[in-house]
Ligand binder design. Structure first.
Ligand code: NAP
Length: 297
């Protein structure tokens, strides 16, 4: 039987790296993984982690979700090699390299904040939309496919001090929820939203470092803002951050979603988030969405 062909974005580090490596090297299922990175100069960790699976089950390509030509080039390559695309897993964020520090950037770091917010939307919302647009013609022709968008707990609850990051994740949630019933009914393409809590990747390691000082984040803000943030960090954020999961746990969840015969629309990665989703959403799996529209049941 032919392997399940998977395209994953944002694999230079973190969850994307763990997911690509898990599917190619740990899973008992036969996957062929196209693991993509923005910059091939950053593929070192992925290559090392892929080990013997490199160029056998895991293939590294360059893809930037803000650049359509790079998406098209990878999709064309997959179709030339395999003639099908079974799964696309999309995960990226406007990382710290780009924004300097995205926490509280809008209200507390005013200079050029709107530009930064637009960039964040371009990566986190329009990026996945571009990738989905590129794989849809193939998945529609196949009458099958899985699309898994990574959002965040910040896409379930508006997270203080992460206003546009949170907004970008809400936007991706809305986008995913809106395409899911149509693609499911019309083309047997299943869309799922993976909502991680705190996960020990580059995003968190800075905060976990014993040398980390909260002033690194809010030290330049006005006094009241600093007070609010420090209180929020101590009482709310810090306990969540230190209850982190490992990227491999998210990779395991991704595999479960892919291999499920009837995947849910939403998956929360940890019990805290499941409780948050349950408090906010009557049905945390959100499968009720599929019953909402008579024409799309
Ligand atoms: P990470 O290690 O920084 O991984 C993010 C990946 O996205 C990197 O490989 C990065 O590439 C890539 N990326 C950034 N801009 C991109 C673009 N324009 N095109 C293609 N790839 C791009 O962080 P992570 O924690 O694994 O994050 C993965 C996803 O999980 C993100 O969507 C994030 O919002 C979400 N998330 C993370 C946490 C957490 O606690 N870590 C919690 C909830 C949700 P470069 O490194 O080469 O720039």
């Amino acid at each position: 039987m032919a392997p399940t062909v998977v395209l994953i974005t944002g694999c230079s580090s973190g969850m994307g790296l763990a997911e690509a490596v898990h599917l190619a090297t740990v899973s008992k299922h036969d996957f062929k993984v196209y693991a993509t990175v923005i910059d091939l100069g950053e593929k070192g960790d992925l290559e090392k982690a892929a080990g013997d699976s490199l160029d056998k089950k895991l293939f590294i390509h360059q893809l930037d979700v803000t650049k359509e030509d790079t998406i098209k080039s990878v999709v064309d390559e997959i179709l030339r090699e395999d003639g099908r695309i079974d799964v696309v897993g999309i995960r990226e964020l406007n990382n710290a390299r780009v924004t300097g520090n995205y926490t509280g950037f809008f209200f507390y770091n005013p200079p050029s904040s709107v530009d930064i917010a637009q960039h964040l939307m371009n990566v986190n919302l329009f990026g996945p939309a571009r990738v989905i647009q590129a794989v849809l013609p193939t998945m529609k022709k196949q009458m099958s496919g899985r699309i898994i968008n990574t959002t965040s707990g910040t896409g379930i609850e508006g997270t203080p001090f992460l206003e546009f990051y949170s907004a970008s994740k809400f936007a991706l949630e809305g986008f995913s929820e809106s395409i899911a019933p149509v693609l499911r009914k019309g083309y047997n393409i299943r869309v799922s939203i993976l909502e991680p809590g705190a996960v020990k990747t580059h995003l968190l390691t800075r905060c976990l470092d014993p040398a980390f000082k909260i002033e690194y984040i809010c030290g330049t803000w006005e006094e009241k803002g600093q007070q609010l943030y420090k209180d929020y960090w101590e009482k709310d954020l810090k306990p969540r951050v230190f209850a982190y999961q490992q990227p491999e746990e998210i990779a395991q969840l991704l595999e479960e979603i892919i291999l499920s015969d009837d995947p849910h629309l939403r998956y929360q990665s940890d019990p805290l988030l499941k409780a948050t989703a349950a408090a906010k959403l009557k049905d945390p799996t959100s499968d009720s969405v599929f019953k909402l529209f008579k024409s799309l049941r």
